[in-house]
Design a protein around this ligand. Structure first.
Ligand SMILES: Nc1ncnc2c1ncn2[C@@H]1O[C@H](COP(=O)(O)OP(=O)(O)OP(=O)(O)O)[C@@H](O)[C@H]1O
Ligand code: SF4
Ligand SMILES: [Mg+2]
Length: 351
């Protein structure tokens, strides 16, 4: 199949009940614990959640870039192919072209002895060996333009650039092969705000021109609001809410989403608001809804039964008993929907 052929639907990546875990001394660390979602052609899907919720593990798991001792199961289809049953060689080939990853800390560094132009030529030659020289230059300059590096710097050496510029060059090197799907894991945290805004604008151009689908992992909810089509909210290894980014921001359904938004928004308005406690240990997470020990809306049922994924008003998919109650579809009896008593909250998390 050619690099850009996609299945009939517009999904570039489809994960069904995907799990990723690491071997740990106390048992497996279930960092991604049964997530189902897709990334559509040309869309930017934001992935948010507190530190340690499994965002990077999910991003790396989608690309098969996991450390020794990590394992995946469930179903993962990329570009129409089942990647979990692929040989290591096939998976490497897929990563060389159709899939790309932008890291906050790039794993590969620019070679100080090579001009930027040579880095591009080398990258493109691996992927498209027959590309004429003129075309290599045209494609490279186009990728540099996306990250805001002027063409006059094309033949400079890495040490002639600032750290932030070198990072943008790394981003351009990922984009120059026009991958069908890119995971960007906090690509902009090391950049200043203006450059960040510029890159985000340019990512839009990229998407419009090449139909690149992107999973954008970030702590910056402002970026999600500005740059993403949809957003997935992750908590303790699971996607708890996913939907149209503007809709989720305007009308969060899951209590965790609401608290997460509140903790950011109030930075600018009425002082600091933290969600009490911390995300759970992923070796032995709490039963029922994993957020229940910290949730201000927790009901008796929340500590007992895991809420199912449901598509609720506004089109978002949510796994939250309180959201179901509000929508009148929970079917809970009065005992189950009673507020969870404080003492039942149990383990006192350290804030
Ligand atoms: N190589 C590893 N071996 C064992 N456990 C790991 C490894 N990498 C991550 N973990 C654990 O997996 C869980 C999820 O980590 P992950 O890095 O995916 O979270 P994250 O949401 O990206 O966090 P952050 O926002 O801080 O980047 C954490 O409990 C973490 O300690
Ligand atoms: S399911 Fe219950 S505990 Fe979990 S977020 Fe919803 S209301 Fe809170
Ligand atoms: Mg991370």
């Amino acid at each position: 199949m050619s690099a850009l052929q996609h299945p009939a639907s517009d999904a570039v990546v489809t994960a069904r009940d995907l799990r990723v875990w690491y071997a740990g001394p106390k048992g497996p660390v279930r960092a991604v614990d049964g997530v189902t979602f897709e990334v559509r052609k040309g869309e930017i899907l934001g992935l948010v959640g507190e530190s340690g919720c499994g965002k990077s593990t999910l991003g790396r798991g989608l690309l098969g870039l996991l450390p020794e001792g990590a394992a995946r199961d469930g179903s993962l289809v990329v570009g129409g192919r089942d990647v979990l049953s692929m040989s290591a060689k096939e998976a490497r080939r897929l990563r060389g072209g159709e899939l790309g990853m932008i890291f906050q800390e790039p794993l590969t560094r620019l070679n100080p002895l090579m001009r930027v132009s040579d880095h591009f030529a080398e990258t493109l030659k691996v992927h498209e060996p027959r590309l004429p020289r003129k075309e290599i230059e045209r494609r490279s300059l186009e990728a540099l333009r996306v990250v805001g590096i002027p063409p006059t710097r094309f033949r400079a050496y890495p040490h002639e650039f600032s750290g932030g510029m070198r990072q943008r060059i790394m981003i351009a090197l990922t984009l120059v092969v026009r991958p069908a799907f890119v995971v960007a894991d906090e690509p902009t945290t090391a950049l200043d705000v203006l450059v960040e805004a510029q890159i985000i604008r340019n990512l839009h151009t990229l998407r419009a021109e090449f139909d690149t689908a992107m999973l954008l992992i970030t702590h910056n909810l402002g970026i999600v609001a500005e740059a993403c089509d949809r957003v997935a909210v992750m908590y303790a290894g699971r996607i708890v809410e996913i939907g149209d980014a503007r809709e989720v921001f305007r009308n969060p359904q899951h209590s965790y989403t609401r608290e997460l938004l509140r903790s950011t928004i109030s930075l600018e308005t009425d002082g600091l608001h933290y969600i009490d406690g911390a995300p759970p240990d992923l070796v032995a997470p709490p039963p029922g809804c994993r957020f229940h020990p910290r949730c201000p809306d927790a009901m008796v049922v929340c500590a007992q039964r895991t809420p199912a994924d449901k598509v609720l008003a506004g089109g978002s998919r949510v796994a939250c008993w309180a959201a179901e109650e509000r929508a009148g579809v929970s079917g809970l009896g009065p005992h189950e929907s009673a507020p969870l008593e404080r003492e039942e909250i149990g383990v006192a998390d350290e804030a």
